[in-house]
Design a protein around this ligand. Structure first.
Ligand code: CFM
Length: 545
């Protein structure tokens, strides 16, 4: 790949040293393993990055907790499953629609996303146990709404006091009869980040829901879209494009999703994976149990969207579909290219930094490239090594006590429902033609040689990086937003998109080009002076410095 041979201006080794300088030696040694200077992909022994390990205590991480990954990320966007947080009210309140996963409540209007259901645990429940309160909450929710499903989420105290939420869920499922009640042991401390919560959520959805609906949905080219959460309406735009191409999206895991979608997912003929981090194991399980192959796609970026559509088309191999996809691309692209050409006159050569969850640093790289921009430094909050180095490293991942804490479910081919979608010969023919199944290159391959890749970036390092490299834009989340802006650098939230979006698909690319153009070219940032830059500053050092 040509782009890996490009070199960046600064000396990355100096930057790394600067970042580590302030730390005590033991911390510096640990952090050094999570800060990597990217090498060309042709390198025989590319450096390994340490990822998916505990944040060092005292460091202000950008990560969230396991409960957030389970309740907020995976189950949050499902509108007709009623989600009850078993715990003190804060956990429920702060995960109440704070992620901008949108939904279309459809004809029935059945939508519980706007509610915040919680058992509101008090001291007394912590001391005497909260199971009774949980049972009453499920009953009350059922009486009020009669939902198809109720999900229960454990918060930290629930694990500490030992409430058996699964037994309560089983009992209530049996009692209610027409409501699927199941629970998640997703206590905040269960894993090192929200990534553990994804796994816990997905395992339960796969166990309790997928495969329930036996009637095959209509549609000629049926896919599941895994790992797309409809932030800022991304999923709506992807669905619009898919529909236009004649592709039926049976189930999105889990943006704009419904109970019925999950229950029918086994009818799809292909799984297309957007966010590899949060869900790649579900793609594997769908393949093992039902015979559905999977591919990695990326609908962030117009070129990436076109590439992903062609990849879906090539899988089905039908000329009518392939022609339709080309017609859609030909129809959508001129507007995208016109806007790109215009903004490029102002964005070419500008620089960005990308520090988002476990996927977007990879997804948005392509979009920035389309604008002629360069990513100086990027990383994930909670990616695993395979999200950096590609799926090839999966067999070599270290299984530590923290990863053992997360249940791996054993899946076997379903006696009745397994149906291999392609013969081994058909798969081989596709692969011989250069087609890749179950493949993900990871972030490092997207990044230039010499760029800095940092896992679990923290508040201190973020500010230091910006100070040293002065990017034209910094992309991360709400916790970083204001500290970065105070440094005079525009900051774009790539979790919630601030109040913007969609950025996926063709229309989304246009929105993104225009917004980034405005941000990186706005002069307001250079006028910004923090009080200490204008007035005499009181400085102090710690006694050990
Ligand atoms: Fe996947 Fe996500 Fe992400 Fe993620 Fe997330 Fe998100 Fe994210 Mo925020 S599922 S890993 S846990 S793409 S909420 S929609 S933006 S950190 S990079």
């Amino acid at each position: 790949m040509a782009k890996t041979s490009k070199a960046v201006r600064f000396d990355p080794a100096d930057i790394k040293e600067e970042l580590l300088k302030k730390y005590p030696p033991k911390v510096a040694r640990k952090r050094a393993k999570q800060i990597m200077i990217n090498e060309a992909q042709e390198s025989e022994t590319p450096p390994e990055i340490v990822a998916n390990v505990r944040t060092i205590p005292g460091i202000i991480t950008m990560r969230g907790c396991t409960y957030a990954g389970c309740k907020g990320v995976i189950m949050g966007p499902t509108r007709d499953i009623l989600n009850i947080t078993h715990g003190p009210i804060g956990c429920g309140f702060y995960s109440w629609l704070t992620r901008r996963n949108q939904t279309d409540a459809g004809e029935t209007g059945e939508n519980y996303m706007t509610y915040c259901f919680s058992t509101d645990m008090q001291d007394q429940d912590i001391i005497f146990g909260g199971e009774k309160k949980l049972t009453a909450a499920i009953q009350e929710a059922y009486d009020l709404f009669h939902p198809k499903g109720i999900c229960i989420f454990a918060t930290c105290p629930v694990g500490l006091i030992g409430d058996d939420i699964h037994a309560v869920a089983r009992k209530m499922k049996e009692k209610l009869g027409d409501c699927n009640v199941f629970a998640f042991s997703c206590e905040g401390y269960k894993g090192v980040s929200q990534s553990a919560g994804h796994h816990i959520a997905n395992n339960q959805v796969f166990t309790h829901l997928v495969g329930e609906n036996q009637t095959p949905p209509e549609g000629e080219y049926k896919i599941n879209l895994l790992g797309e959460y409809n932030i800022g309406g991304d999923g709506f735009e992807i669905d619009r494009v898919l529909r236009k191409c004649g592709i039926t999206n049976i189930a999105t895991f889990s943006g704009n999703s419904t109970y019925a979608q999950f229950a029918s997912a086994q009818h799809a003929d292909l799984s297309a994976v957007m966010c590899h981090r949060s869900i790649n194991y579900v793609a594997d399980m769908l393949e093992t149990k039902y015979g559905i192959p999977w591919i990695k796609v990326n609908f962030i970026g117009a070129e990436a969207t076109a590439k992903s559509l062609r990849k879906i088309g090539q899988y089905f191999g039908d000329k009518a579909l392939l022609d339709r996809i080309e017609a859609v691309i030909a129809e959508e692209m001129p507007e995208v290219l016109a806007v790109a050409a215009d903004v490029k006159t102002r964005t070419q050569g500008k620089t960005a930094m990308l520090f988002v969850g476990g996927s977007r640093a990879h997804h948005y790289n392509e979009l920035f490239q389309e604008m002629g921009m360069k990513t100086l430094s990027a990383g994930y909050e909670f990616g695993h090594r395979d999200d950096y180095e590609g799926r090839e490293v999966i067999p070599h991942l270290t299984v530590d006590a923290d990863s053992r804490n997360i249940e791996e479910i054993e899946v076997e081919p379903d006696e009745k429902l397994f149906r291999a979608r392609k013969t081994p010969e058909e798969i081989k023919a596709l692969e011989d033609a250069g087609y890749t199944f179950k493949h993900y290159d990871g972030l490092n391959a997207d990044m230039d040689k010499g760029s800095i890749i940092i896992d679990d970036l923290n508040q201190y390092e973020a500010e230091k990086l910006v100070e040293l490299l002065k990017p034209d834009i910094f992309c991360a989340g709400i916790k970083e937003k204001f500290s970065i802006q105070k440094l005079g650098v525009p900051m774009k939230q790539l979790h919630s998109y601030d109040s913007g979006g969609p950025y996926a698909g063709f229309k989304g690319a246009i929105n993104f080009y225009k917004e980034i153009d405005r941000l990186v070219n706005s002069r307001v940032w250079s006028y910004l002076k923090a009080p200490w830059q204008e007035n005499p500053e009181l400085t102090a050092t710690f006694v050990w410095e």
